[in-house]
Write a protein that binds this ligand. Structure first.
Ligand SMILES: [Zn+2]
Length: 92
């Protein structure tokens, strides 16, 4: 079972969290100036790494903070969790 150590609430079951996506992707600074191919890459192209992966997770049923989690996709070990400095916009 995947357990995520929230920096504010302590270790909790992953069911309290909402996966927020790949944290390796950076939104283009000026979306009006990127090509369609670059925009498509940002929106849809994702890696499928076996090993360490940086992800956004929101503690939806806890403190509601967005966290940046480094997780091993093979073993599901949580390697690091960082707090509010890793905030992102909440999905509408
Ligand atoms: Zn929390």
């Amino acid at each position: 079972m995947l357990r995520i150590p929230c920096p504010y609430c302590g270790e909790r079951d992953y069911t309290e969290f909402t996966y927020g996506g790949d944290a390796n992707q950076a939104r283009p600074a000026d979306p009006e100036r990127v090509s369609d191919a670059e925009w498509e890459t940002f929106l849809y192209r994702r890696g499928n790494p076996a090993g360490e992966h940086i992800e956004y997770w929101q503690h939806s049923f806890g403190c509601r903070q967005w966290l940046k989690v480094v997780r091993d996709t093979v073993t599901h070990d949580i390697i690091t969790v960082t707090g509010p400095t890793a905030q992102r916009e909440e999905k509408a």
